[in-house]
Design a protein around this ligand. Structure first.
Ligand code: 5RP
Length: 231
C-alpha cells in the first residue's frame, strides 16, 4: 500500500497520466500540434504511428521525438489546419490562462496554440495556481535588445534574470521575470508584447487552454469552460 501511494503522488506519474488521458482527444487522421516539455514527452510516447496525418512540433526536441516514433512532421505553413494542440504548462489559473516557456519554446507554442481549433493543456496538479506569477514569466527577446528590455522590465517592477547559455530554436534569448503578481493576464501579455525587442511573453491569456487535464492522486480531472473551478 505504501508503495502504491508513493506512485500516485510522484509528479512524473501524474504528468504521465494527464498526458495519456489526452490521447483520447486526438481524432484519427488529424493534423496535431505538439508542444514541448516533459509532460508532452509522455504524450508523444503514447502516440501511435499512423494515427495522425502529421504533427506540427513547437521545438526541435519534440520534432526529434516525433520522428523517432515515425510520425510525419509538418511545417505550420504546410498544414492546412491544426485540429488539436497538446502541451504542458508551468502554471494554470482558474480561468485556464497559463504561464508557459519553462522549456524556452514559448513563441512557437503560442503560434501553434493560436492556429489550433482546440488547445488541450496537460499538467500535474502542482501547476494549478490561484493567480499567475509565482513561476517567473519567460520573455523571448531579440539578443541585441536584451539589456534594453531588461531595463524596461525593471522600470515596470519586474526582476528580469537572463537565462545564460540558452538560445531558443528561433535564435532568441530568454529573460525570466520574477516578482510579478499577474492579476490581469490578457492586459499584461499585451503590455509585454508591446515592448520593442520582446518576441513573445510566456503568458497565455488571449489564447488560453480550452481543456485542462490535471493529473492528481485521485485520477485525471477535466477542467473545461473556466467556470466554477476551485483549487
Ligand atoms: C516549454 C513549456 C512547457 O510546457 C512547460 O515548461 C512545462 O514543462 P513540463 O511538462 O516539463 O513540466 O512551456 O516551453
Amino acid at each position: 500500500m505504501e508503495k502504491s501511494q508513493k506512485r500516485r503522488v510522484d509528479p512524473e506519474a501524474l504528468k504521465k497520466e494527464a498526458a495519456e488521458a489526452a490521447l483520447a482527444y486526438v481524432p484519427k487522421g488529424c493534423v496535431l500540434g505538439v508542444g514541448t516539455g516533459s509532460t508532452t514527452m509522455y504524450f508523444i510516447r503514447g502516440l501511435k504511428k499512423g494515427w495522425v496525418r502529421g504533427a506540427v512540433p513547437s521545438s526541435k526536441e519534440s520534432e526529434r521525438a516525433l520522428r523517432k516514433k515515425g510520425i510525419p512532421v509538418l511545417d505550420l505553413n504546410q498544414a492546412k489546419k491544426v485540429s488539436v494542440y497538446v502541451d504542458g504548462a508551468d502554471e494554470v489559473d482558474r480561468r485556464m490562462r497559463l504561464i508557459k516557456g519553462g522549456g524556452g519554446a514559448l513563441t512557437r507554442e503560442k503560434i501553434i496554440a493560436t492556429a489550433a481549433n482546440k488547445f488541450i493543456c496537460i499538467v500535474d496538479e502542482s501547476k494549478l495556481v490561484k493567480r499567475l506569477g509565482k513561476f517567473p514569466v519567460p520573455l523571448e527577446v531579440v539578443p541585441m535588445a536584451r539589456d534594453q528590455v531588461a531595463k524596461e522590465i525593471r522600470r515596470r517592477g519586474g526582476r528580469p534574470v537572463w537565462r545564460k547559455n540558452f538560445m531558443t530554436d528561433n535564435g532568441g534569448e530568454i529573460l525570466d521575470v520574477h516578482g510579478w503578481r499577474v492579476t490581469d493576464p490578457v492586459k499584461k501579455e499585451k503590455e509585454l508584447e508591446g515592448i520593442s525587442g520582446v518576441i513573445c511573453a510566456g503568458i497565455f491569456g488571449k489564447r488560453r487552454a480550452d481543456l485542462v487535464l490535471v493529473g492528481g492522486p485521485l485520477g485525471v480531472r477535466k477542467i473545461k469552460g473556466g467556470r466554477g473551478i476551485r483549487w
